[in-house]
Design a protein around this ligand. Structure first.
Ligand code: CTP
Length: 478
């Protein structure tokens, strides 16, 4: 009786039930089956996981169909005949089935030549020892851990190591170089020295990997608890200069007349870590990554003054779309958010000076809109001074800015505000077609309200419009 046998990994009741069904189906088909890969690793680490990978010595698609049948009526199986893989979704679980494989790779592609193999062949071709562990679903040793490369020891020692010769593993599938660094960053593990050397030596081969896959791994690094771990490894491995050259332009300190500026690369890494402590939002983390990306292009040494980066906010903002396009990141509202935060990241600092008017606060609320909280988070993360007293003072200043923002927002409701006289109203009033004059009148009204020159009411705005239009010799048509 399988169900009375214990498993070598902790599983929920539901997971146990599914594994028993898979074991039974495999038994009926006469194919040895195993649970393998990330699920085993994550269970042993006590991490959440919902993707099960099942490998069987036989036809994975046939096993998937049999399992789906036994789980209930009409459970669909999606399968890819060419790859011999199948997927079954059941409740929150996603179960992947594949036949055990032996693989050999060609130089120019990451698509392997595949043939059927044993469990051991399949474990050999996996990327890391911690991902090659399997749990047997066979009658005779149901539930036991099959760990030929001491993955469990590596979990304990917190090491990323390849089952075979590292150069072979990475050259076979260069995406694994990104994966090694991603796991190191996610799990806070160390990449074994020989494996890291192999990554450095094979870095160029990352070029055969599709941008989507690279970006997927990059984003996992960005979402890890301390993204600087992965970002710094990407740099040291020589991968960053291939996948993200603009970041490399930020590396290093230039000296002139005995004066240096800070290393913008390591400053940025610190800012990303700082924001990661407060948010899991990928796009706020991206804004932190790109906030100073305009610095290399705007760097100047001004005699008597030192290093300056005038306009790096605007230049950086312009670079965002190009970087998103190259990285195949979505060119959606998310990109607009990142661009906006990069452009605005110096504004709250300027509001920490004395005698700041309500109108400056109102303008920032108008420009940032609902993203004001993200912007404040970015500014606070941007404080990377080692001097504790300074950090405290800067944070207190931002606290005051937050207070002022709150007060002005409560009285003026400017965040999602639209001026009370719209473009259509202007066109109707003067019989104008869309064009430059309408735009100018509209922005004159907006500016006058933001500056506090006129109150935020329809009457005041309309009177102001008539006056402005009069100066341009425009008269109302009705
Ligand atoms: N694998 C591999 N080489 C790759 C990708 C995957 O050897 N380039 C193997 C590993 O054994 C891995 C398993 O396939 O554990 C499943 O891959 P995947 O689902 O992509 O990754 P997980 O390890 O499950 O991790 P995560 O879910 O965090 O991506």
């Amino acid at each position: 009786m399988i169900s009375s046998k214990p498993l070598d990994i902790p599983c929920s009741l539901q997971e146990r039930k599914v594994l028993e069904k898979i074991a039974l189906a495999a038994h009926e088909l006469g194919v040895p089956a195993y649970l393998i890969g990330g699920f085993v690793r994550d269970k042993l680490l006590g991490r959440k996981t919902k993707d099960m990978d099942i490998v069987c010595v036989g036809d994975g698609i046939a096993l998937a169909h049999k399992v789906a049948e036994s789980l209930g009526n009409n459970i669909p199986v999606s399968f890819f005949k060419t790859y011999g893989t199948a997927q079954v979704k059941w409740n929150e679980l996603e179960i992947e089935f594949v036949g055990a494989r032996k693989e050999s790779y060609r130089q120019e592609s990451r698509n392997p030549e595949v043939s059927a193999g044993s469990l051991q062949d399949d474990q050999n071709r996996r990327d890391f020892t911690i991902n090659a562990m399997a749990i047997s679903l066979k009658d005779m040793d149901y539930g036991s851990l099959l760990d030929p490369f001491d993955g469990i020891g590596d979990l304990d020692r917190k090491i990323i190591r390849t089952p075979l010769e590292p150069a072979q593993t990475f050259s076979d599938d260069p995406l694994r170089m990104m994966r090694a660094i991603r796991f190191a960053s996610q799990l806070q593990f160390t990449i074994e020295a020989t494996a890291f050397t192999a990554i450095r030596e094979n870095a160029e081969r990352i070029r055969i990997i599709s941008q989507e896959r690279i970006t997927d791994e990059f984003n996992k690094i960005m979402l890890s608890p301390k993204p600087s771990v992965g970002l710094d490894l990407l740099y040291k491995a020589g991968l960053l200069k291939i996948i993200f050259p603009q970041m490399i332009d930020m590396v290093g300190v230039e000296m002139y007349e005995g004066k240096g500026h800070k290393d913008n690369f390591y400053h940025t890494l610190q800012v990303v870590d700082n924001i990661a402590e407060n948010t899991r939002d990928l796009w706020l983390r991206w804004a932190a990554l790109l906030h100073d990306i305009g610095k290399p292009a705007t760097k100047k040494f001004e005699p008597g003054h030192g290093w300056t980066f005038h306009g790096h906010d605007a230049v950086g903002g312009k670079m965002v779309q190009r970087i998103f396009t190259r990285m195949k990141l979505p060119l959606s509202d998310k990109m607009k958010l990142v661009k906006k935060l990069v452009e605005l990241h110096l504004r709250p600092i300027s509001l920490t000076k004395e005698n700041i008017t309500d109108s400056a606060i109102r303008r920032l609320l108008f420009d940032a809109g609902d993203d004001i909280e993200g912007l404040m988070m970015l500014c606070e993360a941007d404080i990377t001074s080692k001097n504790k007293a300074k950090v405290k003072r800067y944070l207190e200043n931002f606290e005051l800015v937050r207070k002022r923002l709150k007060e002005v927002e409560e009285s003026d409701r400017i965040r999602n505000w639209q001026p009370p006289v719209t473009g259509e109203m202007i066109m109707d009033t003067f019989g104008l077609k869309p064009g430059r004059i309408v735009g100018e009148l509209k922005s004159a009204i907006r500016e006058a309200i933001l500056d506090g020159e006129i109150p935020n009411t329809y009457e005041a705005a309309y009177a102001f419009l008539l006056e402005k239009a009069g100066a341009l010799n425009l008269t109302p048509v009705k």
